[in-house]
Design a binder for this molecule. Structure first.
Ligand code: GLA
Length: 391
């Protein structure tokens, strides 16, 4: 990504598209999933962090009843009638995220007299598993809410973004992305209990850094593979509940329940369940390790999480495995793992302060030998969550 998104750049962009000044500017960050893989929609625990790569939205009210969307990362604008919201097909499809958010706000009582102009700018790589969708949803929700004087709490932002994604976009994601995007805090990890949606902040040890390596690969069936794993988790839960009806979520189950299933459940769904149950315990253990300042243990848990994705949940890929192997063997890396849904995207590493650009270059070179292209790398800072920059 060449240029950083900034308040002045997006104000200029808004003026160039709409020949007027924006009334509101908002920002929402991307996120890393630190640990807690596919635990969120299974009622479990997860930890993430907001990163210093964001989506900015500038907004202004129009005089007619049109909603207009322009994005620096896509050519052309998209538009829709305020009174006839419909899903957009083709090139302007990205506008379905802000449209989904608008629909959620309308369901909560927003009845504007006039439409809006929206301009979007990003320095967050999309398709890297860094949750550009949640960043777009939350920056839009804050912008539209602020524009029409609707007060939204962080909890509202989480619900609006997630519902937009689940209902309007039809992707059955859990609350991880929106929760981290809403609750993020500088130099802190956000631990989320996905049942209550409570978020707790735990400081990142000051001597540690986060590095992202983006494989640049994305499985063409990404959304359907994600949905497949989601259904497999529901399927195994249904089977376990026949013996343990008290279980509400998969993360309530004990591993011993899986051994009781015998041949009553397909092996692949049992493996998924094993991953989710163990991963949930790893999030708990990570929190305890961080609380006692045990960075080595934290790193080991990250490595174990990746191995579990590789062998049990099978949501890794050769490129991510290579990065995990290279990083986890590195003396200045505490631990590394794939981050997010998997099947491509990015790996993250918790490194020591001493891990520098030369180290990253050496890893990229090793990776290139295997795949003939370099992974992008990003030394990222951990930042605050979604915010209004101007109103
Ligand atoms: C994606 C989803 C999240 C979560 C992760 C896997 O990032 O958007 O809700 O399920 O995958 O942990």
């Amino acid at each position: 990504m060449s240029k950083r998104a900034s308040k002045s750049r997006i104000a200029d962009y808004f003026r160039s598209v709409y020949q007027s000044h924006p009334a509101v500017i908002t920002r929402a960050p991307g996120r890393i999933e630190f640990i807690g893989n596919h635990t969120d929609y299974n009622g479990g625990l997860v930890a993430g962090a907001a990163i210093d790569r964001s989506i900015l939205v500038a907004a202004g009210i129009r005089t007619d009843r049109i909603l207009r969307f322009a994005s620096e990362f896509s050519t052309g604008t998209a538009s829709c009638e305020l009174d006839a919201i419909r899903k957009i097909e083709g090139k302007g499809r990205w506008a379905n995220y802000p449209l989904g958010v608008y629909t959620e706000l309308a369901e909560r009582g927003l009845r504007p007299d006039a439409g809006f102009n929206l301009a979007i700018m990003s320095d967050l790589p999309s398709g890297a598993g860094l949750s550009s969708s949640a960043a777009l949803e939350l920056s839009t929700a804050l912008a539209i809410g602020t524009l029409y004087g609707m007060t939204l709490s962080r909890a509202d932002l989480v619900q609006i973004g997630r519902s937009a994604e689940n209902k309007f976009l039809g992707v059955p994601t859990g609350p991880l992305d929106q929760s981290v995007c809403a609750h993020g805090r500088e130099n802190h990890l956000v631990f989320i209990d996905c049942r209550t949606l409570e978020a707790d902040l735990v400081p990142v040890p000051p001597e540690c850094r986060i590095r992202i390596f983006n494989t640049g690969t994305k499985h063409s069936l990404l959304d359907s593979l994600y949905s497949k794993r989601h259904s497999e988790c529901s399927e195994v839960l249904r089977i376990i509940r026949k013996m343990h009806p008290e279980i509400e979520y998969l993360t309530d189950a004990k591993e011993s329940f899986l051994d009781e299933l015998g041949g009553n459940a397909p092996e692949e769904v049992v493996k998924c369940a094993r991953h989710v149950i163990r991963e949930n315990e790893r999030v708990r253990a990570t929190r305890e390790a961080l609380n006692r300042g045990d960075i080595e243990r934290t790193g080991k848990l990250m490595h174990e999480s990746h191995e579990s994705s590789r062998t049990l949940f099978e949501n890794s890929c050769p490129e991510l495995d290579t990065l995990s192997d290279l990083l986890n063997a590195h003396p200045r890396v505490h631990g590394a793992r794939l981050s997010g849904g998997g099947f491509g995207g990015a790996a993250i590493a918790l490194t020591s302060e001493a891990f520098g650009d030369d180290d990253a270059t050496a890893i990229r070179e090793e990776y290139r030998k295997a795949y003939n292209h370099f992974p992008d790398t990003l030394a990222c800072a951990i930042t605050d969550g979604a915010e209004v920059l101007q109103k």
